[in-house]
Design a protein around this ligand. Structure first.
Ligand code: GLN
Length: 485
C-alpha cells in the first residue's frame, strides 16, 4: 500500500478499494516501526489522524469528497498546527503549541487530507543537511551514513522511505529542491507569493516559500492545487487565480525551448551528476524539446548575496524569540538583559546564532549600504539574468545540487562548503522564480536531481515537463534498498 502514489491512493479511495482509515493506519504503523532508523518524523499525531480519516471515509461514502480527501500527508514542523507542537527544529520552540493553523495547513484540512504528523528539519530551516535540528539529524534512506539534505530533510526522507506519500516543505534557498534531489523524490518551490506564508515560521521573509514534495510530478500538482491560494493575511501573497495544475500534465513537449545555463555545468560539479543531467536533457530532446545554450552570468554572486540577505532578514525575524512572549525561557533570570541573553544562548543552536550575528552585523549602521544594500543590488542583477533568459527559452534546466548526498560531518565544520550546496538553487529564490527537482539518475547508489526553473507563475509548464519525463523514465520509481518489502 505504501508504494501507491497519491494519484493511485485517490483512485483507490474513490473506488473503495481501501478506506482512508486503513491507509492511515498503514502509514502510522510504518512510521512507528521504521522511523527510529531515519528520525524523519518528530511528532506523530495518531489520534487526530485516525479521527480525520474516519471523517474522510464518511465524506467519501457520501460522494462529497474534495480532491485530497482521506490522503495521509506529513507537514514540515515549520507550519503552525493548532494544538500540535510546532518546533521549527529548535529548542526555542520545543514547548510551543500554536493556537492556530497556518493557511497551508487550513487548506489541507479543508481539502480533507489527513495529517500524520510533523517532520524533522534543520533548526529554523537553516541548513542543507538536517544536522542542525535540535531533535538530531535525519538519515538518508538511500544510505544512512549520509545526509538527506536540508532544511526539509525530514519530509524528503519520509517520502523516500514510503512513510507518507506526500509532504509539505519550505524553500528559502533550496530547502525543497536539494533534499528532494538527495532523497530521490520530486519537490517544487512555487513562485514567491503563490503559497501563503501565514503561519509558516519566518526565516527570511522575502525568500521563504512553501511547496509540495511527493514521489512524482503528478502528485506534486495535486498537492500544489491544495497549497496555493490567495491569502489576505499574507501581504506578499499574490491575488491571482490558481490554475488546476493537473490538467496540462499530458501536453506534448514538442517545440519546448529549454535553456541550459553554462554556469550550472562549471567546476565543482560532480562528473556522475553532470552525466545524469546531460542524459536527462537528451531524453527531453527525444520528447521534442529544443536545448538552447544560455548564460546566467551573475550565478556566482548568488551565494554571497543570499548569505547577506537571508541572515539579515533572519536576525530581524528571530528577534521575537526573547523568552517573554512564548518559547523557551531560561531559569531564574537576574534581570531583563540576563533573560534575553541566556534564553537566546540556550534556545538557539550554533548555526542560528551564527546567522543572527552575521545578519545583525550586515544591518548595523555603517555596514548596511556596504553589505545589505549591495546584496540587494546584486539580487536585481540576478533577476535580470533570468528575465533576459526567459525571452529566449520556456524553461531552464540543470543540476539541482553539485553532488549526491554527502556523509554526516563532511561539511559540518565548514559553513562555506555547506553554503555552496545551494549554488544552483539560491538564485531562483533571490529572483522569486519557481523551481523544482526530480530524480534523474543514480551515482554511487545515491539519487541525482534534475532542476527545472520556470518563469513567474509557470508552475503548470514545469510540472508538465517533469511529468512527461517521468512517463519515459523510471528514476522516480526506484526505492531505497529494503524499503519495498
Ligand atoms: N541551505 C540554505 C540555508 O541554509 C537554504 C535553506 C532553506 O532553503 N531554508 O540557508
Amino acid at each position: 500500500m505504501h508504494n501507491f502514489t497519491i494519484t493511485e491512493l485517490i483512485d483507490g479511495l474513490k473506488k473503495r478499494v481501501f478506506s482512508s482509515e486503513e491507509i492511515t493506519q498503514h502509514f502510522l504503523a510504518r512510521i512507528k516501526n521504521l522511523d527510529s532508523e531515519f528520525n524523519s518524523v518528530i511528532t506523530l499525531t495518531e489520534d487526530q489522524a485516525l479521527e480525520s480519516a474516519k471523517l474522510a471515509d464518511q465524506l467519501l461514502a457520501e460522494g462529497s469528497a474534495s480532491e485530497l480527501c482521506g490522503v495521509p500527508v506529513l507537514h514540515k514542523d515549520i507550519f503552525c498546527t493548532q494544538g500540535v507542537r510546532t518546533s521549527c527544529g529548535s529548542k526555542m520552540l520545543d514547548n510551543f503549541v500554536p493556537p492556530y493553523d497556518a493557511t497551508v495547513i487550513e487548506n489541507f484540512r479543508n481539502n480533507g487530507a489527513v495529517m500524520l504528523g510533523k517532520t524533522n528539519m534543520d533548526e529554523f530551516a537553516m541548513g542543507s543537511s538536517n544536522e542542525t535540528s535540535f531533535y538530531g539529524p535525519v538519515k538518508n534512506p538511500w544510505s544512512t551514513d549520509s545526509v538527506p539534505g536540508g532544511s526539509s530533510g525530514g519530509s524528503a526522507a519520509a517520502i523516500a522511505a514510503r512513510l507518507a506519500p506526500g509532504a509539505t516543505a519550505t524553500d528559502t534557498g533550496g530547502s525543497i529542491r536539494q533534499p528532494a534531489a538527495l532523497c530521490g523524490i520530486t519537490g517544487l518551490k512555487p513562485t514567491y507569493g503563490r503559497v501563503s506564508r501565514w503561519g509558516m515560521i519566518a526565516f527570511a521573509s522575502s525568500l521563504d516559500q512553501g511547496g509540495p514534495m511527493a514521489r512524482t510530478a503528478e502528485d506534486c500538482a495535486l498537492l500544489l492545487n491544495c497549497m496555493a491560494s490567495y491569502d489576505d493575511k499574507d501581504s506578499t501573497c499574490i491575488d491571482r487565480p490558481v490554475p488546476n495544475y493537473s490538467v496540462n500534465l499530458g501536453d506534448s513537449l514538442k517545440g519546448l525551448r529549454i535553456g541550459i545555463p553554462k554556469e550550472y555545468f562549471s567546476e565543482g560539479l560532480n562528473a556522475g551528476t553532470e552525466q545524469a543531467v546531460r542524459d536527462s536533457l537528451a531524453e527531453y530532446e527525444k520528447l521534442g524539446a529544443e536545448l538552447v545554450d544560455i548564460s546566467l552570468p551573475n550565478t556566482g554572486l548568488s551565494v554571497p548575496a543570499y548569505y547577506v540577505i537571508a541572515p539579515a532578514e533572519a536576525s530581524a525575524n528571530l528577534s521575537r524569540f526573547d523568552g517573554v512572549r512564548y518559547g523557551h525561557r531560561c531559569e531564574d533570570p537576574k534581570d531583563l538583559e540576563d533573560l534575553y541573553r541566556r534564553t537566546r544562548a540556550e534556545g538557539f543552536g550554533d548555526e542560528v546564532q551564527r546567522r543572527i550575528l552575521i545578519g545583525t552585523y550586515c544591518l548595523s549602521a555603517g555596514y548596511y549600504d556596504a553589505y545589505y544594500g549591495k546584496a540587494q543590488q546584486v539580487r536585481q542583477l540576478i533577476r535580470q539574468d533570468f528575465t533576459q533568459a526567459f525571452e529566449k527559452v520556456d524553461l531552464i534546466m540543470g543540476p539541482t545540487c553539485p553532488s549526491p548526498a554527502f556523509k554526516f560531518g563532511a561539511k559540518g565544520n565548514d559553513p562555506v562548503a555547506m553554503y555552496l550546496e545551494d549554488i544552483y538553487t539560491i538564485s531562483t529564490n533571490l529572483a522569486g522564480l519557481p523551481g523544482m527537482s526530480l530524480p534523474c539518475g543514480m551515482v554511487d547508489n545515491k539519487p541525482v536531481g534534475l532542476q527545472i526553473i520556470g518563469n513567474y507563475f509557470d508552475e503548470a509548464r514545469m510540472l508538465n515537463a517533469a511529468h512527461q519525463f517521468q512517463q519515459v523514465t523510471d528514476w522516480h520509481q526506484l526505492a531505497p534498498a529494503g524499503i519495498e518489502s
